[in-house]
Design a protein. Structure first.
Length: 132
């Protein structure tokens, strides 16, 4: 299995920002996770992205980092996290030049599992802070 992600130190974010940075173990890059409608809109604008009005989550690569955003964290459940982790794994593997292999999909499965755990913990932490 992949080693657990290590939290990445960062300067304090602006008050409205809730991004958490992690190293992505398979290629040493960063995964930036953000939550909330305001952060979602900031990311779409900053990186000139478009999203469906009903989108509650999305992933992308920009500025040498991978991003996972969740516009409405209260609506995010395991299925949404898993869905985005599949997209994210494909992004990371494409970036790193990893070719898919239907006869050995363990690297893909481990990456999805690892990313799911990272995002799930970040979501729990975010929601716990919001309840205070």
């Amino acid at each position: 299995p992949a080693p657990p992600a290590r939290p990445h130190p960062q300067p304090p974010p602006p008050p409205h920002h809730t991004t958490t940075d992690y190293y992505v173990p398979h290629n040493g890059g960063e995964l930036k996770i953000f939550f909330g409608k305001k952060n979602w809109e900031i990311a779409l604008d900053k990186f000139n992205l478009e999203a469906d009005d009903f989108a509650i989550a999305g992933v992308f690569e920009a500025d040498g980092a991978f991003y996972a955003g969740f516009a409405n964290p209260k609506r995010v459940r395991g299925g949404v996290i898993a869905h985005e982790c599949v997209h994210l794994t494909n992004l990371i593997h494409n970036f790193a030049g990893v070719k898919g292999d239907s006869k050995n999909d363990e690297p893909f499965a481990y990456m999805v599992q690892n990313l799911f755990g990272i995002i799930e913990e970040a979501l729990k932490s975010h929601n716990k802070k919001r309840k205070k």
